[in-house]
Design a protein around this ligand. Structure first.
Ligand code: MN
Length: 131
């Protein structure tokens, strides 16, 4: 498969390490940002194939980040996947309302995580092929 670039916006070092490890192991390039401001700047600069967005971020939360990302025209087709904690089910509807295309639950399950991300990437490639 072609190389994909994933932008990971996540403030937790361990989660950043785990996600980066899993995706790089499957051939993706991972760019990470530890807060919303630098994440938005990175997204605009690199236009990744997919953005993984932690909802609980310092200063600017993931909903705000998603709304800002959705205001950038170049990112209109880029899927944004929220990473929400399992206990916070209200997060999911709010994430979708803020412009996310889907969500993945925390804690990240290493056995299913990569397949979920690849399913979102495949869906996006299909949508682009049809448009
Ligand atoms: Mn967090």
């Amino acid at each position: 498969m072609t190389t994909c670039t994933v932008l990971l916006i996540e403030d937790n070092d361990q989660n950043r390490y785990l996600v980066t490890f899993l995706l790089e192991h499957h051939g993706c390039k991972v760019v990470s940002a530890a807060d919303g401001i630098s994440g938005i700047a990175a997204a605009a600069a690199i236009v990744p194939d997919l953005i993984l967005l932690d909802i609980q971020l310092p200063r600017m939360d993931g909903y705000e980040v998603a709304r800002d990302l959705r205001s950038i025209v170049a990112l209109g087709e880029v899927p944004i996947i929220a990473v929400t904690s399992y206990a916070m089910s209200g997060d999911r509807a709010k994430a979708i309302a803020a412009g996310c295309n889907g969500y993945i639950e925390k804690p990240i399950n290493p056995d299913t995580f990569v397949a979920e991300i690849f399913a979102y990437l495949a869906r996006q490639q299909q949508a682009q092929a049809l448009s």
